[in-house]
Ligand binder design. Structure first.
Ligand code: BTN
Length: 245
């Protein structure tokens, strides 16, 4: 039986600019499975350098610090955001929700975003020093705050119709994450592929994906065994490893 280490150590801050920024800057002193959690973030960062609004307390802003052993080339580091998205979906299901994942890793309920994930890596030459899996979850936001955001958003308390115990929720998510983390790091994306695909809202339809090398349009046919989106375009089948759909 695998010798899974489910333990982790939560380091709490009242306020940080960004838990990801803190983790990257303190990669040497933080330990594997430390959790950097902030009550509020004053400069939370989202994907594509967007602002992640997180200056309201009683929500989840945290970075999971990981220092896996082994060759970073063979570890599924690039799929950790997808693994985290699957874990957040499992958490939402416990609360009676039907979550969907917009490729690659936006978690939504009823078409409204409830969580965002941004993973950062710290290298020293070729060696991987640390990974920060940054997770933001809307837990106890008011509807008016969510309405002020640029895209449709929801929160646990709105979906469940009651105040949610944030610390309990955070512990539940971390337990879900670490219950399968070792197996995921060994097996890679294949370990979660079926579960990911069954909840992926981006598939089996025409899609335009904004990538770093320009927009790609076509039919989203599949998610391949590496987690890439398989897009059938007019100029051939593309396997997209990054972008926003
Ligand atoms: C996104 O959907 O654009 C990703 C949002 C990621 C937000 C989290 S909150 C904890 C961590 N610290 C940050 O500054 N960002 C991530």
């Amino acid at each position: 039986m695998a010798d899974n280490d489910h333990t982790y150590n939560i380091i709490r801050f009242d306020s940080l600019d960004s838990t990801n920024r803190y983790t990257v800057d303190n990669a040497d002193t933080l330990a594997d499975r430390d959790i950097v959690a902030a009550e509020i973030q004053t400069a939370g960062k989202g994907r594509f350098d967007r602002v992640w609004v997180s200056d309201i307390p009683d929500n989840i802003s945290m970075s999971i610090v990981l220092k896996p052993k082994g060759d970073p080339q063979t570890l599924p580091v690039a799929n950790l955001t997808q693994f985290a998205a699957v874990c957040i979906c499992r958490l939402l299901k416990r609360y009676g929700q039907t979550p969907m994942i917009k490729w690659p890793n936006d978690v939504k309920v009823g078409g409204k975003k409830i969580s965002g994930i941004l993973t950062r890596t710290v290298f020293s030459g070729m060696s991987l020093k640390a990974i920060a899996v940054g997770i933001g979850i809307n837990v106890n936001q008011t509807q008016s705050l969510l309405d002020s955001l640029t895209q449709p958003a929801t929160s646990f308390n709105i979906l469940c119709g009651q105040h949610i115990d944030r610390d309990k929720l955070m512990t539940e998510l971390l337990d879900i994450f670490f219950a399968d983390y070792d197996a995921f790091m060994t097996a890679g994306f294949a370990y979660i592929r079926d579960e990911y695909i069954s909840q992926c809202s981006s598939l089996h339809r025409e899609l335009t994906v904004h990538t770093m090398s320009g927009d790609q349009s076509g039919f989203a046919a599949d998610i391949d065994e590496t987690g890439a989106l398989v897009l059938e375009t007019a100029s051939g089948v593309k396997h997209l490893t990054e972008g926003e759909s």
